[in-house]
Design a protein around this ligand. Structure first.
Ligand SMILES: Nc1ncnc2c1ncn2[C@@H]1O[C@H](COP(=O)(O)OP(=O)(O)OP(=O)(O)O)[C@@H](O)[C@H]1O
Ligand SMILES: [Mg+2]
Length: 494
């Protein structure tokens, strides 16, 4: 699509004339308005694709007119001109969706370049609209980012572990802090990067299958073992085994894992031969292993073995300095994924993001940015699109300390008109599922429900495919939901 119709709105005729000359030279049809009232009329009669708008007009403030024009046609491209350049005005103009902001006096080449850029982008958008249905979400893994001192320390430790080929590493941190990313980062940084990294989630594999999964079996080892199968420790030969959620590993398996950590040898189920294992073992958990050792639900000897090289990631609320760089990264990453051109969040929104306590940590921050990008069609994510975080920051209910749950009474006040308990229950279940990306074990734990009860209620409320259905329902006004928040409930080792 070519932009051919440009409306120039400026009180000074000389400026209008020079701009019109340049625009006609590059093939545009041009109309001129010296006032806001006339610009509004020409918006209908001339139907421009682009407006070059001056900030000071005799009858209306330029920003106000900008809002009016955008309200009539949100797709209208606007280049904003102003003789008093100041960052506040520029910020407000960008918040209202202008494409560019040019200070006066301007160089005509600058305006021409800016117009051409709008041209290129509009054409690109038209192309994207044609191919969009064929585009698929890229879904690349995230890169580990963060420039707060504690993340910088973590990057250093990861490097040391990788370079010195540490064979056993423990990663501790609350859910959503990036343990999995760190584990993958260590593997990718190390000389083992070309060998496999094999991941086992100890919480999601039934106890009776875990041993087989890890060690494999010989033919005939048990009734259904029709052929020999290699387990994770063999599949990862030369590389890395990632034992995620190790706190959920049953005690009898812990003893077997301790053996392989100590001897670097193991046997397949039903096998008599010892097999050497050249592997690095990285274990991770969001549980407080030392407390579990005291409570005798985790083996002390395994804990001490694992704990020799430990990376502890602080919850996001204790390293808020990381938030701006993370937001910048997620915006950039999601721009790529969705073909968007968002430039960032407004300063008011950033204040809210910095005030919120992020019980779901970086995962929740990423989801919040993604949700805001779905809701906002412009280039700056405004505070309106971070409703949940705004509510929480205002109420300051999320201010819990590590491992200490917010009392339920502090988060829910019974409204005078009463409330539907079912709706509250459904909302909490939705929030917990969203927080843990649909992981039922974690959502159930966070709500104090058994897995079966959660499954039953999920079905009852028609939430079987939630949060996968979230993306399609994203335009549902947030105010439709009951105003409740799942408080942070996890406890973890620090
Ligand atoms: N430092 C970071 N930089 C970029 N993305 C991050 C960072 N930390 C976490 N994330 C993102 O947050 C989400 C959760 O990260 P990850 O799965 O590694 O967390 P986790 O600690 O393993 O959580 P859980 O205990 O629930 O398994 C992912 O989308 C991940 O890409
Ligand atoms: Mg994980």
């Amino acid at each position: 699509m070519d932009i051919s119709r440009v409306l120039v709105v400026d009180a000074e005729n000389l400026i209008c004339y020079s701009l019109a000359k340049m625009l006609k030279r590059i093939g545009c049809a041009v109309a001129i308005s010296n006032t806001g009232a006339d610009a509004n009329l020409k918006l209908e009669s001339f139907n421009p694709d682009l407006v070059i708008l001056d900030a000071s007009l005799p009858d209306i403030d330029g920003l106000q007119l900008l809002g009016q024009l955008k309200a009539v046609n949100s797709k209208l491209s606007i280049i904003f001109l102003s003789s008093n350049f100041h960052s506040d005005l520029a910020f407000q103009a960008f918040s209202l969706g202008v494409e560019d902001y040019i200070g006066k006096p301007f160089n005509m080449d600058m305006v021409e370049q800016s117009v051409q850029k709008v041209f290129v982008r509009k054409n690109l958008e038209a192309d994207i609209a044609v191919v969009q249905p064929q585009l698929r979400k890229k879904n690349l893994p995230d890169k580990l980012v963060g420039n707060c001192p504690s993340m910088v320390e973590i990057f250093k430790t990861m490097n040391t572990c990788a370079q010195q080929d540490c064979k056993t590493i423990l990663i501790l941190g609350e859910s959503g802090t990036g343990k999995e990313l760190i584990a993958h980062g260590i593997h990718d940084l190390s000389a083992r990067k070309d060998a496999p990294m094999v991941e086992v989630n100890c919480a999601s594999i039934p106890d009776n299958l875990l041993e087989n999964e890890l060690f494999g079996h010989e033919k005939g080892a048990y009734t259904d073992a029709g052929s020999r199968e290699v387990g994770v420790f063999e599949q990862a030969e030369g590389g890395t085994v990632f034992l995620d959620e190790i706190g959920d590993m049953p005690l009898n398996m812990q003893a077997k894992v301790l053996k392989i950590i100590e001897n670097r040898k193991f046997r397949r189920l039903g096998g008599s031969r010892e097999i050497e294992a050249d592997i690095r073992i990285i274990a991770a958990t969001n549980q407080d292993l030392s407390k579990m050792v005291e409570e005798k639900t985790f083996r002390g000897d395994l804990f001490y073995r694992l704990n020799m090289m430990t990376i502890t990631i602080k919850p996001l609320r204790e390293r808020k300095k990381c938030i701006p760089s993370m937001v910048e990264y997620f915006v950039e990453r999601l721009n790529d994924e969705y073909g968007r051109a968002v430039v960032g969040v407004s300063s008011e929104a950033m204040r809210v993001l910095m005030a919120y306590d992020w019980p779901g940590n970086v995962r929740e921050l990423r989801n919040a940015v993604e949700r805001a990008m779905m809701l906002e069609q412009g280039r700056i994510l405004s505070v309106d699109h971070f409703c949940q975080e705004t509510r929480s920051s205002n109420l300051k209910t999320g201010g819990c300390v590590f491992g200490c749950a917010v009392p339920v009474a502090a988060t829910i006040a019974l409204p005078p008109e009463g409330i539907s308990i079912e709706a509250v229950e459904k909302e909490y279940i939705k929030q917990a599922l969203a927080r843990y990306d649909g992981n039922q074990t974690k959502a159930a734990k966070c709500l104090g429900l058994t897995l079966d009860t959660l499954r039953y209620r999920r079905k009852k409320f028609g939430l079987e495919s939630y949060p996968a259905q979230k993306a399609q329902n994203i335009s549902t006004p947030i105010t439709d939901s009951v105003d409740v928040q799942v408080p942070a409930k996890e406890s973890s080792a620090s």
